[in-house]
Design a binder for this molecule. Structure first.
Ligand SMILES: Nc1ncnc2c1ncn2[C@@H]1O[C@H](COP(=O)(O)OP(=O)(O)OP(=O)(O)O)[C@@H](O)[C@H]1O
Length: 411
């Protein structure tokens, strides 16, 4: 593995054929086309997939209302849909209100999906449920419920009222180093927590960095992000092209090192307003990730520059963060010397950005492109659904005005 990374400039004729195939597969949206379920996955041998059983709902034990906590089964009927908050590669995220408690949540709806937790070194002794329970951290969006229908998966998540971190960037489209440092440090605590549980996050990117109402960072997706479409587990090359780590592109086994790479890309984007390997098209971008030398603009401080160079090493074995004490070394880097990690962990540091939230149900910090959209459910494949289910989903498939829609959900 290491031999492939010994040079920073990898000539294209030395890129393995399989990688070229991936490059060829990348479509315009920046995602690779679906990988055949029959292909072997690139998941390391010691990494396990935990599947939440279809017939069971997940209800977090952290929920304070005993009635909810002990409730039999949770379903879509328990929630009132308010607004669309955003869209991801696999589905959409909507603001909803739990009817019984009145609490607002973000509902992530994924079509034809199974839920897997990527977990490395988390031994079989740990039940899936236990792992989901353990992903509780002040800088990680909490999962409160998960339930499924035949063709959809619903995740009921903590609602990040402050919206996406990057929408709070000043007009220059970059953060000052102090602001970037604060959020990078909070996000690093989130990654530290996931890594300690054996979870490789893999999906660090601006869209997943949210803010709570007081301006603290909230990482969304927390390692449940690897969703398998129609039962395929081999979607390892999905992701935003500009944030993909070289070892994922090269289809090699990977570990938490991919998170340090994406952390480096995120830091670069925060400080400069663009990602380091971005090129005219997706194919060239992926090529640049493997071959192009890192270039850092003159205005980036020497500490930040040093950290970026160490994080964006193409060889994961020499990347900062590698090894047992990797996280500690990263936290002790000079760029973070102003950070009091204990104070940060206790959330007593005051965030540099205070989102304006007059009424959380208005989703003011989210893009109007989404929040003004009339919510509709796209037609579903009803082939495998029983009669009751079909009736249920037929009710969803008509396009209603918002007022009508709410009453439709309350039926
Ligand atoms: N917990 C949340 N609270 C508020 N908004 C959220 C929450 N989670 C996601 N969003 C919003 O919804 C958008 C889409 O989220 P989603 O997780 O589906 O996107 P993604 O990360 O791009 O998708 P993917 O699952 O493909 O990685 C986000 O960019 C964000 O604006």
């Amino acid at each position: 593995m290491s031999a492939l990374f010994e040079f920073d400039d990898l000539p294209s004729n030395q890129i393995p054929t399989s990688t070229k195939t991936i490059l060829d597969d990348i479509n315009e949206s920046g995602y690779s086309s679906e990988v055949d379920a029959a292909e072997p996955t690139q998941i390391p041998l010691d990494e396990r997939l935990y599947e939440v059983p279809l017939e069971e709902s997940f209800i977090s034990s952290s929920l304070s209302t005993p009635a909810t906590k002990n409730s039999r089964k949770v379903s879509l009927d328990d929630f009132e849909i308010l607004k669309l908050l955003g869209r991801g590669a696999y589905g959409k995220v909507m603001l909803c209100r739990h009817k019984e408690s009145g609490i607002l949540y973000a509902m992530k709806v994924l079509k034809k999906a199974s839920l897997f937790v990527h977990s490395k070194n988390a031994e079989h002794t740990k039940a899936e449920r236990q792992i989901l329970e353990e992903v509780q951290n002040p800088f990680i969006v909490q999962l409160f419920y998960a339930f499924q229908t035949n063709d959809r998966l619903y995740l009921i998540l903590e609602y990040a009222t402050g919206g996406e971190l990057f929408t709070h960037m000043a007009s220059e489209h970059m953060f000052t180093e102090d602001v970037a440092r604060f959020y990078l440090a909070e996000l690093l605590l989130a990654l530290e927590h996931l890594h300690a549980l054996g979870i490789v996050y893999r999906d660090l990117k601006p869209e997943n960095c949210l803010l709570d109402g007081s301006g603290h960072a909230l990482l969304t997706d927390f390692g449940l992000s690897k969703v398998s479409i129609e039962g395929s587990r081999a979607n390892t090359v999905c992701g935003t092209a500009e944030y993909m780590a070289p070892e994922i592109l090269l289809e090699m086994s990977y570990d938490k090192g991919v998170d340090y790479w994406t952390f480096g890309i995120l830091m670069y984007e925060m400080l400069t307003g663009y990602t380091p390997f971005r090129c005219g098209n997706k194919k060239k971008t992926l090529d640049a990730i493997l071959k192009k030398k890192l270039q850092i603009p003159y205005y980036v401080s020497s500490d930040a520059k040093d950290l970026l160079i160490r994080l964006l090493r193409k060889n994961p074995n020499v990347r900062l963060g590698h090894g047992e004490d990797g996280m500690e070394k990263l936290k002790n880097h000079r760029f973070f010397r102003k950070i009091d990690w204990n104070e940060l962990k206790s959330r007593s540091s005051s965030p540099p950005i205070q989102p304006i939230v007059t009424d959380p149900s208005l989703a003011e910090n989210f893009d109007k492109e989404f929040t003004s959209e009339i919510i509709k459910e796209s037609p579903i494949d009803s082939a495998n659904l029983d009669a009751k289910m079909q009736e249920y989903f037929l009710n969803f498939s008509y396009v209603a005005q918002p007022d009508h829609l709410l009453s439709a959900f309350e039926k």
